[in-house]
Write a protein that binds this ligand. Sequence first.
Ligand code: C5P
Length: 218
Amino acid sequence: MKKYKNIIKVAIDSPAAAGAGTQAKLISKHYNLFYLDTGKIYRLIANIKIKNPLQYNYKLIQKRISKLTMGDLNNKGLLSDEVGTMASIISKDIKIRKLVHAFQIRCAYHPPKKYNGSCLDGRDIVTKIVPDADFKFFITANTKTRALRRYKELKGLKKIISFEDVLKSIKNRDKSDYNRKISPLKKTKDSVLINTTKHTKRSCFLKIKKIMDKKINA
Ligand code: C5P
């Protein structure tokens, strides 16, 4: 595996189901970067709230986050629309955001030694978590395309849900994520816009790779 002189930090922000996770995984694999899907952390907290509404409190979440492993984030139960919707509610809470902040910083700036760096995706990665990232991307796609992709993904997981409900939920999440007071989703001036609506996964990745290779090999 190729080694680079300095650690490479990639930061990606995107609205729901825009293809950021797919691109982040491709980037991480290609450059051997440690990948963190930060949405999964908010989903994990949301799942605790859904499953144990009466026990849910900051102390419990703090304890849970202090023991968080990557394996915890692979739970397929976190992928449901119900969990995603709850994640966009609990993620507006500044105390919750503060509890997960340190974990994300550690992953971004101190990835395990075997990696060449890190790649994080979420809503506030460029603006709050890794503002000095070497590469900053804002990945998006039109609302219907994103809803269709999420609908197919949920169908693949055998979830019973209609396209209309997925579309409604994507629109609600966008409204919440773009307009919230704390860490709203926004594209910074120095982020490269990647619109995946009319492009294949491969062609989007090649565009990103071209940008990254140019700087890495300069
Ligand atoms: O990316 P994903 O759809 O899994 O994220 C679920 C929710 O978690 C988002 O709609 C958003 O409200 C919240 N989130 C966030 N900040 C991040 C990642 C996700 O607020 N960095």
